[in-house]
Design a protein around this ligand. Structure first.
Ligand code: FES
Length: 167
């Protein structure tokens, strides 16, 4: 069954998730939440210049989300390395999580959450991280959201409209 295959790929991907955790030297960060399921994803990006072009050097994520969102974020953070911000911004959730195969309808929003977190990071500036102060960094995504939304108005928590028609 397709959904069994899908579930297997998700499980494989989350067994050894790539790029999970805060990136303290990131150039950009984006956070999104889905009010429908209550899941949240934050993505960090670091850029470099390659052949005179700005490209994504590395990406990382933190997720309070379902397994599909974690698997998709893990795959996406690998996939976007070396891409320009424009190329990355044009990728849909299902492209970012292409390795998961066809998505069951109930899981499409999970990869859209990753797409939105990436887009949010692409348009958001450097996170407020004081070099050398990583130890005082908020312990969890929820804590840091509370902190940052109150003191940093540049951080926007974008809630996705689950009925939103994509493409
Ligand atoms: Fe909400 Fe997967 S169930 S992101």
């Amino acid at each position: 069954m397709m959904s069994d295959d899908f579930q297997k790929r998700v499980e494989e991907s989350i067994r050894n998730p790539r790029n999970m955790g805060e990136m303290t030297d990131a150039d950009a960060v984006g956070t999104v939440g889905n009010p429908g399921c209550g899941d949240m994803v934050r993505m960090w990006l670091k850029y470099k210049v390659e052949n005179g072009q700005k490209v994504i050097d590395k990406a990382s994520f933190q997720s309070f989300g379902c397994e599909t969102a974690i698997a998709a974020a893990s795959l996406a953070t690998e996939l976007i390395r070396g891409k320009t911000p424009e190329e990355a911004a044009n990728m849909s959730g299902s492209e970012l999580a292409a390795d998961l195969g066809p998505l069951p309808p109930t899981k499409i929003h999970c990869t859209q959450l990753i797409e939105e977190a990436l887009r949010s990071a692409l348009i958001t500036k450097k996170p407020e991280v004081v070099p050398g102060a990583e130890t005082s960094a908020p312990a969890s995504l929820i804590d840091s959201l509370d902190n940052e939304t109150s003191k940093d108005s540049s951080l926007k928590l974008v809630f996705l409209d689950s009925d939103e028609q994509k493409r």
